[in-house]
Write a protein that binds this ligand. Structure first.
Ligand code: PLP
Length: 411
């Protein structure tokens, strides 16, 4: 289907896998165990000599079908799915890093990822966090034991955009594994492979699933990194084709050890959601631009952070990399407005964490997702005490603007 465009390939992906039954959706196979008429076939599955399933902690036919769909979306050479985005990130780190390695990570990360970095440090991995809007900062942080760079495309909540291309070139030059968390700009908006990503991690919970009914994550190997150069591939996986070494190690070691596997039911829900990803994202991004433009001119709003605005420091970069500028907006009401009070007045916008839903969600950043980090760290991250983060949904734009109008007039 590679000659077809994004949504065409996605909505026809499952059907191609079911020539016998004609099922247009890939069936939800809920069996944990897989039996074989010929025991030699089971032996061959265990030894990797034939493809097939053994136990649902590592794969099911339904997770395979989703993996194929997500892999096609990102134009990778292989994909693994997990029970959540965090499971994908943590399993990838723990499988491919070891004590004594150095990881360079963005200093602007989704709130839960720094917790994983803390865990890595406790297990002896050195971690340096830098401002990834300039590749020079990554270059300056490289040490002899640096093996990997990890960042997000558009950071949350201040919407900084990483120097994706510059860091990709640097990683290629220095033979570093370049891991891009593409949750904020999934494949329809941006192909991380185009900037040289080695591995792409994604929370499918967000835009890919899109309906807020299931958590899932994925890691995709783009095929750009030559794993024969990577010191942490275990002997048992060295015999494999180089393009399969890392993902097989993540599957056979990471998924097995952690067991953070995706269920077939969840994989099916993600696949159904993925069919409309492009339509939903087009609408959400268009709504985001409308709302950002509205908020920016409003006298009761002090700052608006949205890459689609010309005033955004990386606006040109956003235009260069992304089909649209995403659907996350953060903004600071003027100082006299308490963010919680403003959210209370909104009737349509739901006060909730999460992003990438069909509904517009908002939360006071300092008081919720960045509360634990403390005032000093918030200030370092450029997060004001009255910042509101909004994940814009697919509602009718007029209704969203009207909701803000009626709320802001009360202050
Ligand atoms: C939500 C999110 C994650 C974690 O995904 P879960 O599915 O919630 O575990 C990772 N990275 C980014 C950028 C996210 O927004």
């Amino acid at each position: 289907m590679s000659d077809k465009r994004f949504t065409t390939s996605t909505v026809h992906a499952d059907r191609k896998l079911n020539p016998d039954s004609g099922a247009v959706h890939y069936p939800v196979v809920n069996s944990v165990l897989y039996g074989y008429e010929d025991p030699q076939d089971l032996v061959d599955v265990f030894q990797g000599k034939r493809s097939g399933h053994a136990y649902a902690r590592q794969s099911t036919p339904t997770t395979d079908a989703l993996q194929q769909m997500v892999n096609d979306m990102e134009q990778g050479v292989g994909c693994l799915t997990f029970a959540s985005g965090m499971a994908a990130i943590t399993t990838t780190f723990i499988t491919l890093l070891k004590a004594g390695d150095h990881l360079i990570a963005s200093q602007f990360l989704f709130g839960n990822t720094p917790s994983v970095l803390g865990t890595l440090r406790r297990f002896g991995v050195e971690v340096t966090q830098v401002d990834v809007t300039d590749a020079q900062n990554v270059k300056d942080a490289i040490q002899p034991n640096t093996v990997m760079v990890f960042l997000e495309t558009i950071a949350n909540p201040v919407t900084q955009i990483a120097d994706l291309q510059g860091i990709g070139e640097l990683c290629a030059e220095r033979n570093l594994v370049y891991v891009v968390d593409n949750t904020m700009t999934p494949s329809y908006l941006f192909k991380a492979k185009d900037v040289g990503a080695s591995l792409i991690t994604s929370s499918l919970t967000k835009y890919v699933g899109g309906h807020g009914t299931v958590t899932a994550g994925a890691v995709i190997d783009t095929g750009l990194y030559d794993w024969t150069n990577y010191g942490n591939i275990l002997d048992g996986f060295r015999k494999l084709d180089p393009s399969a070494q890392a993902l097989t190690q993540i599957k056979k070691k990471g998924l097995r050890d952690f067991g953070a596997c995706l269920s077939s039911d969840s994989a099916h829900m993600i696949a159904v959601g993925a069919e409309t990803m492009a339509l939903r994202i087009d609408r959400a991004c268009s709504n985001a631009l409308t709302l950002a433009t509205y908020l920016q001119q409003h006298p009761k709003i002090a700052n608006v952070y949205y890459p689609g605005l010309e005033t955004h420091p990386q606006h040109d970069r956003a235009n260069k990399y992304f089909k649209h500028s995403g659907a996350i907006i953060s903004f600071d009401p003027i100082e006299s407005i308490d963010p919680v009070a403003l959210l209370t007045e909104l009737e349509l916008v739901i006060s909730a964490t999460h992003l990438g839903d069909n509904r517009t969600l908002a939360l006071p950043v300092a008081q919720t997702i960045f509360w634990e980090m403390g005032l000093e760290n918030r200030q370092k991250a450029g997060i004001s005490e009255n910042m509101i983060r909004m994940s814009v949904g697919i509602e009718d734009p007029e209704d969203l603007v009207k909701d803000f109008e009626q709320a802001l007039v009360k202050f």
